[in-house]
Ligand binder design. Structure first.
Ligand code: DLL
Length: 436
């Protein structure tokens, strides 16, 4: 089944013509309504009149996460506040989070794109679909939720946590579809097994996984242990949220909703476009977004794209798996975490030396973050010989980290000069998660 045959299956020429018209419109919109973009376009001597075809996109400047931070909170918004009906936020590298405002039309486009994804996974109106992404500022929960409602299936908004209660509901309600991070799916399988519930006792058929990288091995393991067919879902809050691309039954890449989000692959060093099939940094331009349009947003995700009609009938371009990042962002329990956020907390505490180490592990399929921090010599000399002050400080650092990162970290305070740091290199992260 295809949700929107016209837009998902249009010919290359039709689509390029539509994209060209939409690109002109979005450039005109930001030129007149977002001072940041007007300045950026004037710097490269471009006016909306210069952008008529989709090929003209390479004349436009790039946007990076730092631009969103610098214009915090609403500087990149292209409509008056009265037009914004929803605001989401995700982590910035340090300090300011990234704020994204959506108009009523943006939410409608998002819901439609998400319904396209779900239809492609084989979800239909008779399905009961459990959404186990976080509801709140993260786009995962509400994003998938609106898509399920829009297509007329029943949504079960379980959100994250409460695993045992969730499993009971899966069983008792005969839930047929689930969306969550792939690591949480494995945790769910493990908890189910420990509760003595065999997969035949639940009716799950479709699993929708994304928000973090995962491998073919994880796919097979999830399919085997939960009894589902596992599909990829990709997206990012700056562009919309979950719905940017999705797998079909052929599972040979994820179809990009490219009538709304125009993809390019660039060399992250030279910033020059790369040919199809070559791995580089994925860049998106929003073609219809009103609230906070993005021109050539550098996602930092590394992958390749493939064109050509897929056996499912869709003609939209497909992106391969995300193979890595061109920056140091970590994804821990689906939440984006930058080492610089931890650094900003530690530098802000007089008791701490500017020496720290992040250790990321995956234990029972749940990510854990441990932060080791050295205490400053002068504080150490004042009586760190008993446990109490150490524990107090650990608690204090953990509370600050939680408020900045939105995830809990285990903090270990260390004596001065005990953390092993390679000479001259700033290696702050040990990521023990090996995605097999
Ligand atoms: O993670 C949106 C989302 C929610 C996507 C639920 C899919 C499902 P952000 O928090 O802004 O948004 O994080 C976006 O997460 O740039 C990728 O690095 C990573 N990511 C998202 N989906 C996938 C995926 C949401 N399927 C960042 N595979 C992106 C690999 C993914 N990485």
């Amino acid at each position: 089944m295809i949700w929107n045959k016209t837009n998902e299956c249009m010919s290359e020429d039709e689509r390029r013509s539509l994209q060209g018209k939409r690109l002109h419109k979005v450039v005109d919109h930001v030129y007149h309504n977002v001072p940041f973009y007007r300045n950026a376009l004037q710097e490269v001597d471009i006016t909306p009149g210069d952008i008529n075809d989709i090929e003209d996109i390479t004349k436009l400047p790039f946007t990076v996460k730092q631009n969103l931070r610098d214009n915090y909170p609403f500087g990149l918004q292209a409509v008056p506040q009265s037009e914004i009906i929803r605001v989401h936020a995700s982590s910035g590298t340090t300090g300011n989070p990234t704020i994204v405002g959506y108009t009523r039309s943006d939410i409608a486009v998002w819901s439609e794109c998400m319904s396209r994804c779900l239809t492609s996974y084989g979800v239909g109106r008779n399905d009961i679909f459990s959404v186990a992404y976080g509801y709140g500022l993260f786009t995962g929960g509400l994003g998938v939720h609106y898509g399920v409602e829009n297509m007329g299936a029943s949504v079960l908004p379980v959100s994250t946590g409460n695993t045992e209660k969730h499993i009971r509901l899966l069983k008792d309600l005969g839930v047929t579809g689930i969306a969550c991070t792939p690591s949480y799916a494995l945790h769910l399988a493990e908890t189910m097994e420990s509760m003595g519930i065999v997969k035949d006792k639940i009716k799950l058929r479709t699993g929708v996984f994304g928000a973090e990288p995962w491998t073919e091995n994880m796919r097979h393991e999830i399919e085997e242990r939960l009894g589902v067919k596992a599909y990829n879902l990709y997206g990012l809050s700056e562009i919309m949220g979950p719905c940017v691309s999705y797998e079909c039954e052929c599972q040979n890449g994820s179809h990009i909703n490219e009538d709304h989000f125009y993809p390019e692959i660039i060399d992250p060093v030279t910033l020059k476009p790369l040919p199809d099939g070559q791995v580089g940094e994925l860049v998106f331009t929003t073609l219809t977004k009103e609230g906070m349009p993005m021109l050539r947003y550098r996602t930092r995700d590394l992958c390749s794209i493939t064109r050509g009609k897929c056996s499912c009938g869709r003609t939209s371009v497909r992106m391969g798996k995300i193979l890595g990042r061109s920056d140091d962002m970590l994804i821990i329990r689906g939440i984006n975490v930058f080492p610089s956020q931890v650094e900003s907390v530690i530098l802000g505490m007089p008791e701490c030396a500017p020496r720290f180490l992040l250790i990321v592990d995956r234990i029972n399929n749940l990510d854990t973050l441990t932060v080791q921090v050295e205490v400053r010599q002068e504080y150490f000399a004042q009586g760190f010989d008993t446990f109490e002050p150490i524990m107090e400080l650990e608690k204090k650092i953990a509370a600050r980290l939680k408020s900045v990162l939105s995830i809990s970290a285990r903090v270990q305070v260390k004596a001065p000069n005990t953390l092993d740091r390679s000479e001259g290199k700033s290696i702050f992260v040990i990521d023990n998660r090996i995605l097999k």
